[in-house]
Ligand binder design. Structure first.
Ligand code: NAI
Length: 505
């Protein structure tokens, strides 16, 4: 199916943050664009704002004068809805309210031609529900841009129960023609990104609530070991806790209070206090004038760097051993069950059990568990947790070894699956469940998480890298440790494991 013809007029309704951005995208792609808002003067003001943004890009040498002029010449403010009657595609980006959006769609159906495509930029309302009251629900699709729309690559194209497949395909091709990376998703709560991303926030919030570490340490671990652009606390401070908490609540309710999506009391407390994050000057961090940014906890060791004895297959820790060897650490190998002997400590990658529990289960003394890293060859920090019998000396030896390879060690209170492993396991689990329920393809789920929230790797590609067996074991251990179905492994993970096939061939 081909994209909307460049001669087709596009109308955008709602000249707020999203509507203005979407209008700019459509005009830059060569369409004539109507921008309408029911606040008098708002559309003209938004076009002025777009002009200022484009001027900045021209001044930075990122945009030609011709491209700026062409974009601005294609943007027209519309005072009334009636002016939009000639549009081939109308995208609404008005207030997030079901009744108000339904009333607008009814008026548009009466005004526009029968073959006009109607699209909604809603981030949380069901496209099926929006279409229910319409005369031609087959002409309605979701076209979910990300903020800021001119910058963010992802567009989730949402298919409601009644959406016509050809209309969906046209909108998909149009998003591509506008330089975006569209993905296809069924109309389900949170679509792809706002659903699959929930554990990224939820698991850090839990770790904080349980006193596993402070915000700065957990954020640093997610950034420097997990490869995420930001940790959960700095990111939610940026998004705004009012917004992030509301999305979590809406997804939680939409999935009939499934505990996987349970909102956090500590985030609620910030919302109750009006500490919304950067925009209000305080959130998890303090942004007020003169406030000091807390530093992550890093252990410091003056112990001699010990040799490493690898007992059996080091598995996912193999790249770490290669890195240590490059730093002149002596590595010895002998048969065993996949553990490292470092000085007086036994060391392993966490498998989701508490270090103290695993130490009892397997008869391992002074057990230090390492957290997951996106890439052990380049990470600058690793989190670790210790069994209760671990001496300061044994821990210092492990820390000295990591320091030797330029890796800072952040201590966490002994906790199931530590930080990155727990977060990635839950992201992969949610992505697998979305796949199981036919929300989107594996390729689209991963693309959505990379292009929509800048994850360093798609959660299903991460699952392939770790292996379904590892993930199921970690989740089973988390579920056993908490006794909560929140951590139940998705059937899709068990299926991949049983069938022995990866998510991506
Ligand atoms: P906003 O509050 O910045 O802008 C909404 C605009 O719509 C306002 O200018 C308002 O005057 C206008 N409006 C309200 N009711 C109207 C009506 N009946 N007719 C015409 N204009 C009307 O909101 P924002 O952030 O731009 O969001 C708009 C939509 O986009 C919502 O559905 C939201 O869920 C969705 N969205 C928001 C994202 C974000 O990060 N802000 C990201 C993706 C989607």
């Amino acid at each position: 199916m081909s994209a909307l013809n460049k001669n087709s007029v596009v109308a955008v309704i709602g000249a707020g943050a999203m509507g203005a951005g979407i209008a700019q995208v459509a005009a830059s792609a060569g369409h004539r664009v109507w921008l309408h808002d029911n606040r008098p003067g708002a559309a003209a003001q938004a076009i002025e704002g777009i002009g200022k943004q484009l001027d900045k890009r021209v001044a930075n040498g990122k945009l030609s004068v011709e491209a700026r002029d062409a974009c601005l010449a294609a943007l027209y403010p519309a005072d009334s809805l009636e002016q939009l009657a000639d549009a081939g595609l109308v995208i609404e980006a008005i207030v997030e309210n079901l009744e108000i959006k339904q009333a607008l769609l009814a008026r548009l159906e009466a005004l526009c031609t029968a073959d006009c495509i109607l699209a909604s930029n809603t981030s949380s309302i069901s496209i099926t529900r929006l279409g229910a009251g319409m005369q031609r629900p087959q002409r309605l699709v979701g076209m979910h841009f990300f903020n800021p729309a001119p910058v963010m690559q992802l567009v989730e194209v949402i298919q409601g129960l009644a959406s016509d497949a050809d209309v969906v395909a046209t909108v998909f091709a149009t998003a591509q023609a506008w330089g975006k990376k569209p993905v296809l998703a069924r109309s389900t709560p949170g679509f792809i990104v706002n659903r699959v991303a929930r554990p990224f926030y939820a698991e850090s919030l839990r770790l904080l609530q349980e006193g596993v570490a402070d915000c700065a340490s957990l954020d640093a671990v997610l950034r420097e070991a997990g490869g995420f652009a930001m940790g959960a606390f700095e990111l939610t401070d940026l998004i705004g806790h009012d917004v992030n908490y509301a999305v979590t609540n809406s997804v939680f309710d939409a999935y009939y209070q499934d505990m996987r999506f349970q909102p956090s009391l500590i985030q609620k407390e910030l919302v109750d206090a009006g500490h919304f994050g950067r925009k209000s000057g305080r959130g998890f961090y303090d942004y007020r004038e003169g406030a000091r940014r807390p530093q992550p906890a890093s252990l410091n060791s003056t112990a001699a760097v010990p040799e490493v004895i690898v007992e059996g297959d080091a598995g996912l820790l193999q790249p770490l051993l290669e890195r240590l060897a490059e730093h002149q650490v002596k590595i010895h190998r002998r048969a065993g069950r996949g553990l490292l002997r470092i000085g007086d400590a036994m060391v392993a990658l966490s498998d989701g059990r508490l270090a103290s529990q695993r130490s009892i289960d397997e008869g391992l003394e002074q057990l230090v568990l390492l957290d997951l890293a996106l890439d052990y060859r380049s990470c600058t920090r690793l989190a670790l947790g210790c069994s209760a019998d671990t001496s300061r000396e044994a821990l210092d030896q492990v820390v000295a070894l990591l320091q030797k390879a330029g890796i800072a060690a952040t201590p966490l209170r002994d906790s199931p699956a530590l930080c990155v492993l727990r977060t990635v396991a839950m992201l992969a689990n949610e992505a697998a469940d979305a796949l199981l329920q036919g929300v989107a393809s594996a390729a689209d789920i991963d693309l959505a998480m990379r292009a929509g929230v800048n994850y360093p790797q798609g959660p299903l590609a991460w699952a392939d890298q770790l292996g379904a067996a590892t993930l199921v074991r970690v989740l089973d251990h988390l579920q056993a440790a908490y006794g909560e179905e929140r951590y139940r492994p998705s059937l899709q993970l068990r299926r991949q494991l049983a069938e022995g096939v990866p998510f991506h061939e």
